[in-house]
Design a protein around this ligand. Structure first.
Ligand code: GLA
Length: 388
């Protein structure tokens, strides 16, 4: 059954009527540019062919109700929430992402109608593949169109980030929401998070004879907790000491000079060094892809992973084993992707070697006493769309 059929059937069963429409938003894999987006830096994500779909219909009243088919047959049954029930400090759990979008869009003056929503997905949650941003984008498109308005994708991405920052309480940057709304098949999205300028850079693994593998460690990451926020604060501290608006504005030489002069403690220095060097790596990979030269991509991804592991300290044993075993079995490039602390790594693998790499990663997990990973190929796909 397609996602469209599944979400439509689930909606009809719950609501007893047909949805007014169905919207899809993909997950994302970030090729490079990790923990740079809240430093006004550069990122290079791709949208993938694993998605969240939302079937929605207007209600006669102003209620907001959200169901999910995620937890098996019965799914999650949401209560009907009045507009005054939703928003910062009032919305909790998974539906806070959806309610958060309704709250932000209303706050921005959109006449969001009462709706019933059914959420369905083939994108794993908590795997570092942006299921949160996908849910925000699909719900955001649904609510905008049901309100009779047309969606500005950058504005919707910013609304999703605001829902997450203010309603969910996760101080994320803008990468994920932009990736799932502006991604395009056959391309990576090069985003300057300061200017919000985007460029679609041709990137088609299949045309290069490669498969893009997701190595999901199945270690659930919870980014709403303190480590992500703590990293963000370290970056802000470093920028303040250096007298710049954001770490985007710092060179490695300036950073090293500040550390040598005793103006930065050792941990803050390493956090900042990750961000400064990662921004350079994004620019290198973009230049390589533009030139159709894959050669620099493997070393850049390897350096990114090491920097996230050693300087930024957001990797974990499972991510390190996934990356090392994938490269050992023939991946041309691999690194953790997303926020870290669990979640997924990515590997670019010659098509003929994909099974070998998948087995090698599974074997390495078993040898280390880890629970089995989920390894699957993804295609680079389009950003959020209306399906019906
Ligand atoms: C999470 C956040 C993003 C970004 C990444 C790390 O996915 O939602 O904004 O900060 O972590 O690159």
């Amino acid at each position: 059954m397609t996602l469209l059929d599944a979400v439509t059937a689930a909606f009809v069963e719950r609501a007893g009527r047909r949805p007014d429409g169905v919207w899809r938003a993909p997950g994302r894999v970030n090729l490079i540019g990790e923990h740079t987006d809240y430093n006004d830096g550069f990122v290079l994500p791709v949208a993938i062919n694993r998605s969240v779909v939302v079937a929605a219909a207007r209600r006669a009243d102003d209620g907001f109700r959200c169901w999910s088919s995620r937890n098996g047959a019965g799914g999650c049954v949401g209560p009907v929430r009045r507009p005054s029930d939703i928003g910062p400090g009032r919305s909790t759990g998974w539906s806070a992402y959806a309610e958060g979008m309704a709250w932000v869009l209303r706050d921005q003056g959109l006449a969001v109608p009462g709706v019933d929503l059914m959420v369905h997905a083939d994108l794993p949650a908590g795997a570092g593949l942006s299921s949160s941003a996908a849910l925000e984008a699909a719900v955001g498109l649904a609510l905008t169109e049901l309100a009779g308005a047309s969606a500005d994708r950058v504005a919707l991405a910013l609304a999703g980030q605001r829902a997450e920052n203010e309603v969910v309480g996760m101080p994320c940057g803008i990468m994920d929401q932009m990736a799932v709304l502006l991604g395009r098949a056959g391309h990576a999205l090069f985003l300057d998070t300061r200017s919000q300028h985007t460029e679609l850079v041709p990137f088609d693994p299949a045309a290069l004879g490669l498969t893009l593998l997701v190595l999901d460690t199945r270690v659930k990451h919870t980014l709403a907790g303190s480590p992500y926020a703590e990293r963000r604060r370290a970056c802000e501290r470093a920028a303040e000491v250096l007298g710049v608006a954001a770490l985007r504005d710092v060179t490695l030489a300036e950073l090293e000079a500040a550390a040598a002069a005793g103006r930065l403690d050792e941990v803050t220095f390493r956090r900042a060094r990750h961000v400064v060097t990662e921004n350079d790596r994004v620019l290198d990979v973009v230049a390589a892809l533009r030139a159709g030269d894959l050669e620099p991509v493997g070393p850049a991804m390897a350096a990114s992973h090491r920097s996230l592991r050693d300087d930024y300290e957001v990797s974990c044993a499972e991510l390190d084993v996934a990356v090392e075993s994938a490269v050992g079995a023939g991946a041309v490039a691999a690194r953790m992707t997303g926020g870290g602390f669990g979640g997924s790594a990515l590997a670019l693998v010659p098509v003929a070697g994909a099974d070998t790499v998948a087995s090698a990663v599974a074997d390495a997990f078993a040898a280390n006493g880890f629970a089995p990973p989920a390894v699957f190929a993804v295609a680079v796909s389009d950003g959020a769309t209306r399906l019906a």
